[in-house]
Each structure stands twice: as structure tokens, then as C-alpha cells.
Design a binder for this molecule. Sequence first.
Ligand SMILES: [Zn+2]
Length: 570
Amino acid sequence: MQKIFFYLAGLLCLSSMGCSLPGESARPAASAVPLEQIRKSADAQTGDMLKFLSKSIQYQSVEDFGYQLKPATEALMQYALNTGATMGFKTRRAAKGLVGVLEYGEGEESVGVLIHLDVVPVSDEELPQWTHPPFSGTITGDEVWGRGAQDDKGALASVLWAAKYLIDNKASFKRKLVIILGTKEEKSFEDLVEYFNEFPQKEFGPTFGFVPDGAYISQGEKGIADVDITFTGLSASPLQRDNIVDWRGGTAINTVADFSYLVIKSRDVEKTRAELSGLIRQLSDELKSGVSSRIYGLTKAYQANLGLQDYQAFVDQYAPEGLPKGDLVVFSKGVAAHGSAPWMGKNALVEVALLGDRMSCVPDNAYKQAFQWITSKIGLSTDGSGLGIPFTASAKLPSAPQGMSPVAYLGTSANLGLVSVNAHDDRLRLSIDFRTGFENTNDQIITHAQESAAQFHGTAAYQAGVGSHYEPFYYTTDEPLLDLMINAYKTVNTGYPAETPYVFMTPATTYLKLVTNFVNFGPVDLYPDFYANYFHEKNERTTIKSLVNNSILYAYTLQKMLQMDKAPVR
Ligand SMILES: [Zn+2]
């Protein structure tokens, strides 16, 4: 699934959300383990927890879409369940083996923790840049290194040991503890979608809980809608001088395309070359001027990066597979960024489309219609406003942190991530990653996508498969569950500055989307290192200190959740 990426520097809300700190006002149950005892247990067991995390990282649990598990993920699942069993958990598998469940205690109600075992891959370009090999689980003096050290194997280690401190110290609970281990979080949530189909939360629980898959503390997540816009009819015209024979670009729907190119066949190559060279200049100048009556969303000077090459020179340089024969290639080099923050990148697909829109001697086919749609509905905008998606921010939403625009923080974002041309089906498809704003709905997104595409003879639909769209979700400031998490964080983290914990809105999509009465809670602590989030990045790592602190905080929080009289549910 299109995952996270916090670029938190821009996203943090330092407001204390009006949450006063009641401290230890609730009378602890008789068998509560004092915080000091939890800390002692953590000290004594740090070595074991580190060994577990290091070994977990060594399983290369990179998954594919679908309902099969890779052997490494299966082995990690068994390792995690066996470890849990030695701690006192009952274990079982569910969702056709995609999910592992660890249960402790009994009760009508249950407290859940949702964790994923799968990790994102390490690309060939990234690999040499790792200080320690990404699947080595190297432990240095004060850190554990490797893919998953934070996301989400670090969280797994801290949660398991948190439970162990409580079990070892003979805490007794009013509720059952259920740790649910998924395996397809970085794909399409096939795992937990299947699990909650089998065991609907309303009927089987968990009653409430947390998802440790981000930074402390997320107040809400934007929605997501992966939408395909399809234009049909790729035919060339013998009456036209130029015909486009292919268009490529983008690496993933949730990434801003940093490279895109059009292959053009011409009946008069020199004339076409002259036209394209002129158009590149004209378009670049217009973009640089920051003013255009034709391009939607051009509100300030923009530096394009377009180029033109002979077909053979392009093929020699880039060696694209199976590229249809042409005469000239127009290309753009953009800047990649995460699709949930498209304003941080420069979209090469858009640049190529803006140029294609101006070509005068091409047929009016799917290419042309796609270019026109992009030029007039997307252009340089990244908020879907060109499609008619409205932005509002009512008073109940938190205000954007300093330096960040309200629409970026709270509104919808749109990233044109991919183009795919399918000659066999005679169609061209644009794939857009919408992050649904807190006051928008996916109905609005799809309706406006359909209406705007129809103006250019296109159609719009959610992408096929599970996990293509989820509604946005957030807590208001006076929610008992969010308050519980904030208070737990503050109680455990004594000596932190008064403005922590950081409560913020995120464009991420996590397992939180599949459940109610859950909060995304850690494992990344932005104090004292504001830039400590390495999710999906090279050199992912966690400090041992943070790992241990997480285990203490999780133990404290879980104990509260398991012992409190009334569940803080909506
Ligand atoms: Zn994750």
C-alpha cells in the first residue's frame, strides 16, 4: 500500500491539542505493574529484545501483491509466533495464513495491536548507499540497522517485550490482549482485509487499540483513492504528419514521476524536429513566466526540464525495453517525491503532456485527449482543484503548522504517478494517487474525476483490487482514546519539553484505515531527534534507546488499556 513517508519537518503540529496532563489520577488496579518496575524489566531484557529485532531484520520479508507468502515472510511469521508462545501467548494463524494472532488473557473485550511483518524492498541504486547491509540486522554500540528496524519490525520487538514485562510481573487484566501480525501492509492490505472479513471487528474485536506504524502521535490520516483515467483509441492517422507511438513515465502511482518520454513517428522529421524545438522553448518560457491562460494551476515561475533526441540516440542512451520504433523522442526529467506530498517534486509526466498538448500535426486520439485533460485539469496543481475537488477546513480541524499551507496539510492532494499505453487494448491509462482531504470524500474524488475525464472522452474508476480507496479519518481534540495515548506518552517520557508529544495530521495510510477506535502510536519518537524517521529510506535504523523506551511506553499504555474500567470507544 502506498505508504507513509512523513516529511514530518513540514507536518508537525506542535500544538498540545488542548490536552491537559492529568497524570496518574486513575487509581491503578491492584495487580498493576508500577512504571518503575516496567523500567527495571526493560533494562534486564534489552539484550534479548535486540537479538530478536536483529534476527527479524535478517528475514527478507519483501512481499508481492496477492495471497501467497514468500518463504522469508513465512519463516519470520513462525519466528515471531514461536517467540510469543515462549512469552505466554496463545498463537494461531488466520486469513488463509496471511495473518498471525497472539493472544493473552481472557475477557469480553480485547485490546489490539496491529503490526506488519513485511517490508519495502531495497533498490539496486540504494543498496551501495547503506552503511550496513539492509538485511544484516547489524547492532552497533547504540543502534540497530536494517530494513524494518523501525517499519515495522522495531515496533514488533517493542510491543512483544512490552507484553512480556507485564506477563512476567504477573499483571492481571480486565481484557484480552490480541497482537495481530499482518504480511501485506506494504502491498494492498490483502492480509487484514481478509482477516476482518473473517472476523469483523464489531463482532470479534479488538475493542480498541493502537497501530504502531508511524511517529508519535497521529491525530488523523488523509484518505486515499487510487484512480485510473482511461482514454481509448490510439490509432495513428496517415493524414497527419506526426503520430505518437508510445508514452512512458513514472515508477509507481505513489511517487512523483521523475522521467517521462513520448516517442514520435514523423513523415517529415526535420519539420517535426523544428516544431518540437520551438515548442519546448515556448512552453519553457511560458512556465518560467508563471502566467498562462492555457495551463491550469500555474501560479508562479516554474522551471521545466524538457529535451528532444533522435530515436536511436535515445535508445542507445536509455535502452528501454520493447520501445516501438519512432523518429524523435521528447522527454522530461523531473524530481521524484512521495505521492502524498506531490508539491515536493516535479512531475515529468505533466511536462511531457503540456508539450504534447501543443503539437499541431497529431491525430485527435487518446494521446491528445489525455494531454488536454492534464493541461486543463491538472497542470501545475497538486490539489485536485482543477477537477473541481473543493477545499474547506472547518473550525473543528486543527490549524496547519507554521510554514505549511492549509490545503497541503488538510486538503486533498493529487499525484499523476503513472502512464501506461496498451496497444492490445487500444487504450492509454493515467494513474493518479489522490490523498483524500479531511473534509472531502472519495465519492467527491471519483465523481469529479469522472466528470472531468468525460469532457475529453475519458473514463475514471478506482483501481482494481483491494485497498484502492479508503476514507479520511481523524480524531477531534476531546477524544478519550487520543487523550489516553497522549497522557501515557507524557507520563513515561518525563523530562521532555512541554510541547511534546507532537500530535499531527498525516497523509499516510496504515492499518488504521481498517479499524475503529485505534490510534497510530509510534514507534518513531521525534524527540530528541526531529529527523529520526527512516521509514522506506536508505540506512533505516533505530537507536537502542528508542527501542527500549518504546517497549516501556507500550507496556505502560497496554496495561492502562487492559485494566481501565470503561473502554474509551466511540
Ligand atoms: Zn509500516
